[in-house]
Design a protein around this ligand. Structure first.
Ligand code: G3H
Ligand code: ZN
Length: 284
């Protein structure tokens, strides 16, 4: 099967009341963990790479890994650029076979964010990929994107309505209390705000910074219209902790396959649990 546009996965999720997991990767082992988990759960999945991941692994490798994975399975998968800010790179991603991009113009004034997003949506309709945008600012650090607590603000439902009407975007990332990276305490999600946004905006919503959000809160967010849940930190954490533990127990080991194999298995198991939580098992 080839990679599919992300909008196709999110529309099915919206109709059926579940969310599709969007998992970040920057190397082969993590990509394989995501794909194995999705296959084991018979679930659609979104493979996503940030600008930082592309810089690390190279665009050709990131795209080739996802295309290869899609060809060897019947699971519907999208390849998505996470937090895209560089318009030139966005175009290169589309040329390389990405089936979805996020334009992160959340730092821009509303009108400017809407204008750039609109141009990308026009381009996407000709080229056949999906577009996610963000309104409000999510605190924390995700690769190149770093937003202090002072700079962060929640999505305004009225602005979200205006933005979606102006742009025709496929999915909207909202700031409702989650943060990128490790949480210091337990996050407090603003569910009334999420509900209000969804009543104004009739498109799939996206939850960023979802690692560390309690399971019940994730279920509630999905019930209120979140159709894409982004997970990165949890993957980095389980992968690295497993490598660290292995090295502590086997300090003389030099074979990268023995070091990273168990980390790949542990990441796949964690991703399977997330897929079950999002409700997308058996929806492939
Ligand atoms: O864009 C990616 C994410 O929003 C991931 O957030 O690292 O907190 O899981 P996370
Ligand atoms: Zn994010």
């Amino acid at each position: 099967m080839s990679l599919v546009p992300m909008g196709y996965l999110l529309q099915a999720a919206e109709k059926d009341g579940y969310a599709v997991g969007a998992f970040n990767y920057s190397n082969m082992e993590i990509l394989q963990a995501i794909v194995r988990a999705a296959q084991a759960e018979n679930s659609p999945v979104i493979l996503q790479a940030s600008e930082g991941a592309i810089k690390y692994a190279g665009l050709a490798y990131i795209a080739a890994l996802a295309k290869l994975a899609a060809q060897h399975t019947s699971i519907p998968m999208a390849l998505h650029l996470d937090h895209g800010t560089d318009l030139e790179l966005i175009e290169q991603c589309v040329q390389a076979g990405f089936t979805s991009i996020m334009f992160d113009g959340s730092h821009l004034p509303l009108q400017e964010n809407a204008a750039v997003t609109r141009r990308l949506v026009d381009f996407s309709q000709r080229a056949g990929f999906s577009v996610e945008a963000e309104l409000g600012r999510i605190s924390g650090t995700e690769d190149k994107i770093s937003v202090s607590e002072k700079e962060a603000f929640f999505t305004d439902p009225e602005e979200a309505g205006f933005f979606v009407r102006e742009t025709g975007v496929d999915a909207l990332a909202v700031a409702v209390g989650t943060a990128h990276g490790l949480y210091r305490g337990v996050p407090e999600l603003d569910f009334p705000r999420l509900e209000k946004i969804k009543s104004v905006v009739k498109i799939p919503l996206v939850l960023h910074g979802s690692s560390g959000v309690p399971d019940d809160d994730i279920r509630e967010a999905v019930r209120l219209g979140v159709c894409k849940v982004n997970i990165d930190t949890n993957i980095r954490e389980v992968f690295t902790v497993t490598v660290r533990k292995f090295m502590e127990a086997n300090p003389g080991e030099i074979d990268p396959r023995k070091i990273m194999g168990p980390a790949r298995d542990a990441a796949a198991e964690m991703i399977r649990e997330k897929i079950r939580l999002f409700g997308s098992s058996r929806k492939a």
